[in-house]
Ligand binder design. Structure first.
Ligand code: ADP
Length: 492
């Protein structure tokens, strides 16, 4: 590694905290990771201990830096679990409550009341988001209403709110910088994604005082300088983005029409829509892809609840396989599913159906159906659901041209080929699949001047394999029509 051009990227995720050091070619030089304990105080509540997050962050950064030597680090980048909410005292730096995690549903009634006041269209128009406990706004309000003295403290300017990026910036800067980036701000539900500012109407609806909010910056900029007492040197922090946004950058999906699709437990897709914020008629989310030099690039986001989780169910629930990769052998062992479809609506159907009461089904079974047919149908369902989602994005008026995949399921070659066939689009898998943490490193490199432009990020992206569509149109249409019929049968 050339001296002083290394980038330390922090990925503070829902289940773990990681640090990786990259060289200026985007190659991994060192890494460290620590699991993050989950706290479930009540049914539907999920919390993290912010002090544990901070300790873990320092520990993984120190370990990774020891492997390469502190002197080789030019800058730090941060990516994080989005929406998770921390409120702390500006004087002492101490959090006044645990971090409320994005999955937490405690504010469901609060959000329902807002929807019943018919405020959702206005909120969606400004934020691009549906009204849901998922986002930070209702969580902030909950803390202010439930921690004694918090609302008065917030109004008096004594308290600070931040998503995890903001909380880490505060701690890393020794309590001198209260800032976030535009992608994390966009997920609070308090930020007008068009005006690029906190919005008084939203603050009023969610009863959040402006005094507790961080300053919003570009994703690549001089956020702060790390307190030298923490990591041994005063290193600049120059890149920040929420995890899905960082993955989009790590995948170099930097032109309109490019989409990154992450296949893990669920599937998270983000489509670059360029300078245009595209409102969705299909309840997809409009969000900030990234903001650089004051210029906003927007994205359409959509997710599939059950992707790899269906394979986990075949393994752990039904015992049809011992390990997930065996699903590929089963899929290859037969020519087709012979009309069998598995609709994994275990927790309802998401975009574009939005049917929370629907439940899963296996349809089209015959005497000849076997274990392989069911397993292959589970894999095929991931691809059909992706097509559902992409068609919804296309219906919102954006043409998709490139699909880049990552996540645990992307190693399944059969699945990726079937995906290309069902989408009738080329599917590209990168050599470096840790796209989230790479994206944070890319932003930091840009902010520190190690990279001069986005073109350098695009130039460093390396393909592992490209899957080209090879299915006849008739066959593709026939299979997808069968999927749509199967979905109809589970809708309530
Ligand atoms: P997460 O980040 O959501 O925990 P990962 O990205 O680690 O998930 O991916 C794990 C998921 O991918 C699991 O649901 C697992 O069943 C699935 N998976 C892993 N390998 C394969 C494979 N070869 N074929 C199909 N599914 C797989």
């Amino acid at each position: 590694m050339s001296a002083g051009a290394g980038i330390l990227a922090i990925d503070q995720g829902t289940t773990s905290t990681r640090a990786m050091v990259f060289d200026d070619m985007g190659r991994v030089q060192a890494q460290a990771q620590r699991e993050l304990p989950q706290i479930y105080p009540k049914d539907g509540w999920v919390e993290h201990d912010p002090e544990e997050i901070w300790r873990a962050t320092l520990a993984v950064c120190s370990t990774a830096m020891e492997q390469v030597g502190a002197k080789s680090i030019a800058a730090i980048g941060i990516t994080n679990q989005r929406e998770t909410t921390v409120i702390w005292d500006r004087e002492t730096g101490a959090p006044i409550y645990n971090a409320i995690v994005w999955q937490d549903r405690r504010t469901a009634d609060f959000c329902r009341a807002i929807r019943e006041r018919d405020l959702e269209p206005e909120i969606m128009a400004r934020t691009g988001l549906v009204v849901d406990p998922y986002f930070s706004a209702s969580k902030i309000s909950w803390v202010l209403d439930n921690v004694p003295g918090a609302r008065a403290g917030a109004n008096a300017g004594r308290l600070a709110f931040g998503t995890i990026d903001s909380y880490l910036l505060w701690r890393l800067s020794g309590g001198t910088v209260h800032a976030t980036d535009a992608t994390n701000a966009a997920r609070t539900q308090l930020f007008d994604i068009h005006a690029q500012d906190w919005d008084d109407t939203l603050l009023d609806i969610f009863q959040v005082p402006r005094a507790i909010l961080p300053q919003v910056r570009d994703c690549a900029s001089e956020f702060a300088t790390c307190d030298p007492a923490l990591l041994g040197r005063a290193i600049p922090i120059t890149g920040v983005a929420g995890d899905q946004h960082a993955a989009l950058i790590g995948q170099a999906c930097l032109r309109p029409g490019m989409v990154k699709s992450t296949y893990g437990t669920g599937c998270f897709t983000m489509l670059n829509t360029g300078v245009k914020a595209v409102p969705s008629d299909n309840r997809l989310l409009t969000t900030v892809a990234y903001r650089l030099n004051g210029e906003v690039t927007y994205a359409l986001e959509g997710s599939i609840f059950i992707a790899g989780a269906a394979i986990q169910w075949l393994r752990d629930g039904l015992g049809l396989i011992d390990q997930s990769p065996q699903s590929e052998d089963h899929a290859r062992a037969i020519a087709d599913t012979d009309g069998v479809y598995l609709v994994p609506a275990f927790t309802g159907l998401g975009a574009p159906y939005w049917d929370a009461d629907a439940r899963g089904a296996i349809v089209g079974l015959s005497r000849d159906s076997g274990v392989s047919h069911i397993i292959r149908a589970a894999l095929e369902a991931v691809c059909f659901q992706t097509r559902d989602l992409f068609q919804a994005k296309a219906a919102d008026g954006v043409a998709l041209n490139t699909v880049r995949v990552d996540g645990g399921m992307a190693v399944n070659d059969w699945l990726m080929q079937f995906l290309a066939d069902v989408l009738d689009l080329q599917v590209e898998r990168p050599a470096m699949t840790e796209t989230t943490v790479l994206g944070a490193a890319n932003l930091a490199a840009l902010g520190a001047g190690v990279y001069s432009s986005l073109d350098e990020i695009a130039a460093h992206w390396q393909s592992d394999r490209v899957f080209k569509p090879a299915m006849e149109t008739d066959e593709r249409d026939r299979l997808y029509a069968g999927w749509q019929k199967a979905v109809e049968r589970v809708r309530v």
